[in-house]
Ligand binder design. Structure first.
Ligand code: UDP
Ligand code: MG
Length: 316
């Protein structure tokens, strides 16, 4: 098998059929064999039934992994990579924002250049609001400064990788998956090509600003210990300031006999220090919580069933 296309799907009933048609059209005369691995990430709509129909009526190249519930796109990508058989594996969204023709280009590039292991598409121009742009820039600045892993701005999950790289990614069995980081953490030679995202064919995006923000925080926690370092710095600075203030107060009292006004200062300081302590505890707790969850070694996904074209062979 030359190529696997991994397609995570969550509530994509209006897209998956068009998607498989678009792939079929793009790969009509490509001259190699390929498979599509659809991962139904616990969709609430009719996605699974549509996928089942596609599986039944397809030639021998459709696989469907059906999750027992919604595990998130990161888990769906992991499952797709695990179930894929291709020498090259491409990840592509189900909503046709990313054209299958580009995958063909990626495969060509990989064939021509044996030294490259991964071709990643990034969005050259993005229509987005000023606020989300600001946050995005901040995120990339922070994470690139403090993480040893490199994060390329606007690089997407839309990519084609060689089998060696896929196997490396599959070895990373962490529960909290931040694929932007994982993809670059494993190394390998990656090339970036620009692409323009089309309009969503049907349905709407699952990303809200709140979800994106949480995703960014998760990424920073997964790949840096920056928040912990910040709490050390804050603790250090407040300790230093309070020692200076202590000396000042003692000198005032002993040398000049100035009565230091008390109540307001004490209330403000108690509240401030209490707040800082709680904040640092929270940061620590966030890391501990993540560690606790990881130690449980829960599976990254649970499949209710898998429709495999290999089984179809035997039945018919
Ligand atoms: N997706 C998924 N599980 C989720 C959320 C999204 O598998 O919990 C899939 C979704 O079906 C789509 C892809 O991830 O194929 C990208 O999602 P979306 O189009 O909502 O994101 P956007 O393109 O807006 O970044
Ligand atoms: Mg999309």
């Amino acid at each position: 098998m030359k190529l696997s296309l991994v397609v995570p799907c969550y509530n994509e009933e209006g897209n998956v059929e068009e998607m498989s048609k678009a792939v079929e059209k793009a790969f009509l005369n490509c001259g190699f064999d390929y498979e599509i691995v659809f991962v139904n990430d616990g969709s609430m709509d009719n996605t699974y039934n549509v996928l089942n129909e596609i599986y039944k009526s397809s030639p021998q190249n459709i696989k469907v992994v059906n999750f027992s519930r919604n595990f998130g796109k990161e888990s769906a990508i992991f499952a797709g990579l695990k179930e894929s058989r291709g020498d090259i594996v491409a990840i592509i969204d189900a909503d046709l924002q990313q054209r299958p023709e580009i995958v063909l280009e990626m495969v060509k590039m990989l064939d021509e250049d044996k030294e490259t292991d991964c071709i990643t598409a990034y969005q050259e121009t993005r229509k987005e609001g000023a606020v989300s742009k600001l946050f995005k820039n901040m995120f990339y600045k922070i994470i690139n400064k403090f993480s040893e892993t490199e994060f390329v701005k606007n690089a997407s999950d839309f990519r084609a990788m060689r089998r060696e790289m896929v196997d490396a990614i599959l070895q990373m069995e962490e529960y909290f998956r931040f694929s932007k980081g994982i993809f670059s953490w494993v190394g390998f030679n990656t090339k970036y090509i620009p692409y323009t995202a089309e309009k969503r064919f049907s349905g709407e995006t699952k990303w809200s600003f709140r979800k994106l923000f949480k995703y960014a925080v998760d990424g920073i926690i997964s790949f840096t210990t920056l928040p912990l370092k910040i709490s050390i710095a804050v603790g250090f600075i407040t300790s230093l300031l309070s020692i200076i203030y202590l000396i000042v107060v003692v000198i005032q009292k002993l040398c000049f006999d100035i009565n230091v006004p008390g109540y307001a200062t004490i209330v403000v300081l108690v509240l401030l220090l209490g707040g800082i302590q709680l904040l640092c505890l929270g940061i620590l707790g966030e890391y501990m919580g993540k560690t606790y969850m990881e130690t449980k070694k829960r599976p990254i996904y649970i499949a209710r069933n898998v429709l495999d074209y290999k089984d179809k062979d035997q039945n018919s």
